[in-house]
Write a protein that binds this ligand. Structure first.
Ligand SMILES: [Zn+2]
Length: 368
């Protein structure tokens, strides 16, 4: 039946009618609040690129978690900024690691709050990568090419030409250095599993591996079961894309890689079929819940995952998504609260039942 019999505007006429026919509803039960815990006492340091988000010492994290819980946020996910970083990510799996200390304090202070523990190594590694870095043997070809370029610099005459040649050589050397390391997948699994067990022992309720090493869900499941934690669920960052939207997080968690980038383990943003394979493998390895990250630029991936898999699906509205809204709202270019809710509803509508968001507190208040 077409116009004029059918008029879709009839059901949009009043707020009550719109409420009645709304298809997607957001509730605070689906929100997870990310928190960054740092050493010290009384520390509450705002992240420059994320207004309203802080690095918090354990005592301040307790206050923040109490507030989040009191406005209806049921869960937080913890990230740690350790005192020291090294080549084996000791801070990630040490019994007195920063997240372990925070977990114990939070469990005592807010026992009903669900604690998720992000499991990755980048925040604890001196090089900032998510796994163990090993040097790849330089190929003979690359060595010969470097040598030839050095020879060319010497042979060039004229100051300007020489400077240009040196710049070219420097670029070649940088590329060679970057190509000259490898993230050791299988060796990293042991540290990730150790981290998961250590966090669970400290009171973390749900383990959320974000490293994107192959086989890590299986390795973590096996380690948790072996340590007597067969009831601890795993929320895997199953489809985590190498994204420019993580920029502000790297400042918040001090986890930017010192060389190279993460494209050899995080996913290519162009691939949705591969995302389905990543998710399928994680479920096979024992993931209880899966996640797509980031959220807004990957709503189609969320929708595809929802259509295909029957496990609870989460999405992470990442730092860059938050920072863009905050920057525009700070300039009065958009209405913060309206855009915040619209962005969260869009993630829900795409099919994610659980949303990790820096807006968790504000959204829960708005929904109360
Ligand atoms: Zn990482």
């Amino acid at each position: 039946m077409a116009f004029p019999v059918t008029r879709l505007r009839r059901l949009r006429r009043t707020a009550q009618l719109r409420d009645m026919v709304r298809e997607t509803r957001l509730t605070p039960d689906s929100l997870v609040y990310p928190m960054f815990v740092c050493p010290g006492e009384g520390v509450r340091k705002e992240v420059r690129s994320m207004p309203g988000v802080f690095n918090l010492s354990v005592d301040e994290a307790v206050k923040e978690a109490q507030e989040a819980h009191s406005v209806g946020v049921p869960a937080v996910i913890l990230f740690g900024l350790p005192e020291e970083k090294d080549e084996v990510a000791s801070g990630a799996w040490a019994d007195d690691g920063i997240v372990q200390r925070a977990a114990r304090a939070l469990k005592r202070a807010v026992p009903d709050l669900v604690l998720l523990g992000d499991v990755c190594l980048c925040e604890y590694m001196s090089h900032g990568h998510c796994g163990i870095v090993k040097a790849a043997p330089q190929s003979l070809g690359a060595a010969a090419r470097d040598a030839m370029n050095s020879a060319r610099v010497v042979a060039v005459k004229g100051k300007k030409e020489k400077e240009k040649a040196i710049a070219r050589l420097a670029a070649v050397a940088t590329r060679a250095l970057e190509a000259n390391y490898e993230i050791d997948n299988d060796a990293s699994l042991e540290l990730l599993a150790r981290t998961a067990v250590s966090l669970t022992r400290a009171g973390i309720d749900m383990i959320a591996p974000s490293d994107m090493m192959d086989g890590r869900v299986g390795a973590i499941r096996k380690a948790l079961d072996g340590a007597g934690f067969s009831n601890t669920p795993i929320l895997s960052y199953a489809a985590k894309f190498a994204s420019g939207f993580y920029g502000p997080f790297r400042e918040a968690a001090d986890s930017a890689p010192q060389f190279g980038d993460r494209r050899s383990y995080q996913m290519d943003g162009a691939n949705v079929r591969e995302a389905m394979r990543e998710i399928e493998l994680d479920i096979e390895e024992g993931a209880d819940m899966i996640m797509v990250k980031p959220a807004m630029p990957y709503l189609d991936v969320i929708a595809a995952a929802r259509a295909r898999f029957d496990v609870p699906l989460a999405a992470y509205q990442v730092s860059g998504e938050y920072a863009m809204i905050e920057a525009a709202a700070g300039n009065h270019w958009i209405e913060r609260d309206r855009v915040m809710m619209e962005s969260l509803v869009s993630i829900r509508r795409a099919g994610a039942s659980i949303i990790l968001t820096y807006y968790a507190k504000q959204a829960a208040k708005a929904l109360a």
